[in-house]
Write a protein that binds this ligand. Structure first.
Ligand SMILES: [Zn+2]
Ligand SMILES: [Zn+2]
Length: 266
C-alpha cells in the first residue's frame, strides 16, 4: 500500500510528529508513504502565508527515512494551496527544494478560504460549484510545477447538510475541461479517501468524475488518505484500490524525485 497524502506537525492543522505517523504506517503495512505538508500562500484578507521551513522538513524526513529504512519507504512531498497569482512563488520554492511529489490543491478562492470563510454560504449551490471549478481550471492552466491535483471536488464537503447538490450533469462540462487540461499536461489526479471522513458518501473525487477521467484517457492517479492523525493513515485504501480496478484502471502511481512510477493493481 502506498499512501501519498499524509500530513505531520509541519502542517499547522496537524499535531503529530512524522515519527508517530511513520510508526502507524508501518503497523498498517504501508510500503511507501509520502508526507505532503501544507504550503498555502496568501490566504485570508491579511494575506498570511502558511508554510514550513523546508531545511528543517527535509532534515526530519531524512532522519525518519533512514531510521525506518528496512520497514518502509518515506518520501517528501508538499501540498500547495494554489491561487493563480501565486504561480511564480510556488515555482521558486518547488524548484529550490528536492520534493518527491507535489499535490496542487485549491483551498481558497481569491484569498477566501472555502472552509473557514464559508465560501458556499452566500451563493446558490450551482453558482458556488461553477465559481469553484472555473477557479480550479485557472489554477491548472496557470501552473505546471505539480504532479497531481488534490481532492478535485473538495468543495462538496462545505455545503450545509440540508443542501441538495445539483446533478453532476449541470456542471460536468467545466470538470471535463479541467480533466482534459490535466491529461494534456501529462499530470494526474488523486483519489483522496478523506471524503468519507468528512461525511460524504464518496472519496474525492466522486464516481462521476473518476469515470469521466477514465473515459477521457486519464491514467495517472495516486491514492492518499489525507491523514492528519495516525489512525487515518491508509484509511479506506483497499476500497479506493478496488474502486479503481472496477473502473478499469490498471495502475496507480508513485512519485519519487518528481518522476512517476506505475504500480500494477491488476
Ligand atoms: Zn487539501
Ligand atoms: Zn492534505
Amino acid at each position: 500500500m502506498y499512501d501519498f497524502h499524509i500530513h505531520s506537525d509541519y502542517s499547522m492543522d496537524c499535531k503529530y510528529l512524522m515519527e508517530e505517523m511513520v510508526i502507524e504506517a508501518i503497523n498498517n503495512n504501508m510500503k511507501s508513504i509520502c508526507f505532503t505538508d501544507h504550503m498555502d500562500y496568501d490566504v485570508t484578507e491579511n494575506g498570511i502565508d502558511i508554510d514550513f521551513r523546508t531545511n528543517d522538513y527535509f532534515k526530519k524526513v531524512k532522519q525518519v527515512k533512514y531510521k525506518y529504512l528496512k520497514n518502509i519507504e518515506i518520501l517528501a512531498g508538499v501540498e500547495i494551496g494554489m491561487q493563480p497569482h501565486l504561480s511564480e512563488r510556488y515555482d521558486d520554492i518547488i524548484d529550490s527544494n528536492p520534493f518527491d511529489f507535489v499535490i496542487m490543491s485549491v483551498h481558497s478562492i481569491n484569498r477566501k478560504d472555502i472552509h473557514l470563510d464559508r465560501f458556499t454560504c452566500d451563493k446558490s449551490p450551482i453558482d458556488a460549484l461553477t465559481e469553484y471549478y472555473e477557479y480550479l481550471y485557472q489554477c491548472v492552466n496557470s501552473f505546471n510545477n505539480f504532479d497531481v491535483v488534490g481532492h478535485i471536488d473538495y468543495i462538496d464537503r462545505y455545503f450545509d447538510e440540508s443542501t441538495t447538490l445539483p446533478n453532476f450533469d449541470e456542471y460536468s462540462h467545466i470538470v471535463e475541461d479541467i480533466l482534459k487540461l490535466i491529461i494534456e499536461k501529462g499530470k494526474g489526479i488523486e483519489v483522496n479517501t478523506a471524503g468519507i471522513k468528512y461525511g460524504l458518501e464518496y472519496y474525492h473525487p466522486k464516481l462521476e468524475i473518476l469515470k469521466l477521467y477514465k473515459e477521457l484517457g486519464g491514467e495517472i492517479i495516486t491514492i492518499g488518505s489525507d491523514a492528519h492523525s495516525p489512525e487515518f493513515i491508509g484509511y479506506e485504501y483497499k476500497g479506493a484500490e478496488k474502486l479503481l480496478r472496477e473502473l478499469g484502471f490498471k495502475y496507480i502511481y508513485l512519485f519519487k524525485e518528481r518522476k512517476k512510477f506505475p504500480i500494477h493493481i491488476g
